[in-house]
Design a protein around this ligand. Structure first.
Ligand SMILES: Cc1cc2nc3c(=O)[nH]c(=O)nc-3n(C[C@H](O)[C@H](O)[C@H](O)COP(=O)(O)O)c2cc1C
Length: 380
């Protein structure tokens, strides 16, 4: 398959596990009617709140799924919860395991272990900016050490035939030209002086990615924010476009996509496209975008945005999530995973903060389900 045509679910700690994948897949054809309609439309038709689906002869495209980051060291030492992190259901053929670590040998050994499993690819996390991760030299810290990052890709490449990718940020913020870094650590790469206008640090990013490409990476996923940027500043998509022009392997863009229309538009601009938080808020999102990157029949513009969705549909989806969670994750994970999910999902409700707080106070999944059902009854 051509990666240029793909949509992807982002790796997200405590979110990108089997439960979210099961939920997303449930919005695709399920064979209850003939021809089978995605659950999204069946629910809508049942509630008589939407017109029948204008499918424009094109079926929605199922996404690729990245797992949450999996520590290479943890995997090798066989922790008690590893089997849950490794659960590749329900569609391992579209699953990409994301590995976290800073040691080329450990990452390579972990990749060899994953290589024997049913999956599409292996991804190396070079973008996580959480201090607990960067302190260990992993995540985005690797972007300060091109040589180590290159050795990691080379070592992993030797141990797997699966598609190998790396997910990055823009890297460390460059110091203004002519200024030397104020501290010896972190080693901030110099501005080389030939960055395209408006794209500081691009030359370093390009050199970094070319090194990964040279060592055998087949795909780069770029979340275009600098290492020290959280979610406040907008993702800089012009870097994605520039990087696509500079590499011969595909570059997936990721960051701040807020609607199905925007997802399609970004895909049309050259794909692949990865989404994170939007797919948690609207797990039906992938079922709304037609195959390929085109939008020939007008979809998804003909489909309602989430804000028009009836409370009963939102309730059904939330309850499905809770039931999948109790089936596919260990009890120790239930509350943390549910709270993470509802942090995004509650944005669909008018009184988002109110219901989020109520859910957070619950200590059981059934209590959370009750809160949602009551809310939906009171706010139809
Ligand atoms: C709760 C949460 C957990 C995340 N965990 C990971 C992770 O495990 N690995 C990773 O590479 N990125 C992780 N990210 C970053 C996302 O993959 C993605 O790059 C970021 O959310 C921007 O995409 P979005 O705007 O579509 O959400 C995480 C983001 C969030 C919100």
């Amino acid at each position: 398959m051509d990666a240029r045509e793909r949509y992807m679910l982002a790796p997200m700690a405590e979110l990108s596990h089997r439960v979210l994948r099961e939920l997303i897949e449930s919005f695709f054809n399920q064979g209850e009617v003939s021809p089978p309609a995605p659950r999204f439309f069946r629910a809508a038709a049942r509630e008589k709140m939407l017109p029948p689906p204008p499918l424009c002869g094109d079926t929605p495209q199922r996404p690729e799924y990245f797992t949450e980051m999996i520590s290479a060291a943890g995997l090798l030492s066989g922790g008690p919860f590893e089997k849950w992190y490794l659960d590749g259901g329900p569609c391992p053929e579209r699953l990409v395991y994301q590995l976290l670590g800073a040691d080329p040998d450990k990452l390579a050994a972990a990749a060899a272990l994953l290589d024997s499993r049913d999956c599409l690819g292996i991804d190396i996390n070079m973008g996580c900016a959480a201090p607990a991760i960067t302190r260990t030299g992993a995540g985005v810290k690797l972007m300060e050490d091109m040589d180590r990052a290159g050795r990691i890709v080379a070592a992993v490449r030797k141990r797997t035939k699966k598609r190998l990718s790396a997910k990055l940020r823009l890297g460390p913020r460059p110091s203004p030209a002519g200024e030397s870094p104020k501290t010896p650590e972190p080693k901030i790469p110099a501005v080389f002086g030939s960055d395209p206008a408006g794209l500081p640090g691009f030359e370093y990013l390009l050199a970094f990615c070319r090194r990964l490409e040279g060592e055998g990476a087949e795909l780069i996923i770029l979340h275009p924010r600098f290492s020290d940027e959280k979610f406040k500043r907008r993702a800089r998509w012009d870097y994605v476009e520039a990087l696509r022009n500079g590499l011969s392997i595909p570059v997936a863009g990721n960051g701040d996509i807020a609607s199905a229309d925007e997802l399609v538009r970004r895909g049309e601009a050259g794909g692949p496209v990865m989404i994170g938080r939007l797919a948690v808020r609207e797990p039906w999102i992938f079922a709304r975008v037609p195959a390929g990157n085109g939008n020939p029949g007008g979809a998804p513009g003909n489909f309602p945005e989430a804000s028009f969705l009836e409370a009963s549909f939102l309730e059904e989806t939330a309850l499905d999530f809770l039931s999948l969670l109790s089936r596919h994750q260990p009890p120790e994970f239930h509350l943390s995973r549910a709270r993470r999910f509802f942090r995004c999902y509650c944005d669909n409700f008018t009184w988002a903060e109110h219901i989020r707080n109520k859910i957070n106070r619950e200590e059981t999944l059934s209590g959370m389900g009750r809160v949602i059902s009551e809310y939906c009854r009171e706010n139809p």
